[in-house]
Design a protein around this ligand. Sequence first.
Ligand SMILES: [Zn+2]
Length: 130
Amino acid sequence: MIYRVEKVERLPAALADNVVYVSEEFELAALKCACGCGHRVNLMLGDGHRVNDVEGLADVSPSIGVWDAACRSHFWIDKGRVVWADRWSDAEIHSAMEQQLNRHLQGAKMSQPWYKRVARWTMNIFRLRK
Ligand SMILES: [Zn+2]
């Protein structure tokens, strides 16, 4: 499975397999989970993930953790190639989510009510340190 990059103005509702869609305007990216479960993974760019275009292939860092789907996939995309990372325990996921939430609450610009930011955050995938 090789992921390509496709730059779009708006992320499409239906995603093709093997494509990382990037909306630079909205600082969002979306892809289907690499395990094949069909789960849509949304990435926040800017303070979250970086998606580079390497001759059309997607290069994503840091790793992508699909904690909100049953598969709990955790992988890297390295020049289009999926590199599987360790699965995390519930406790590790919980603590990563809490740290991320705290960072967001502390560093967030107060332009939105906190509950909107939390809702937006929970819909997105978390930045993880390996
Ligand atoms: Zn999956």
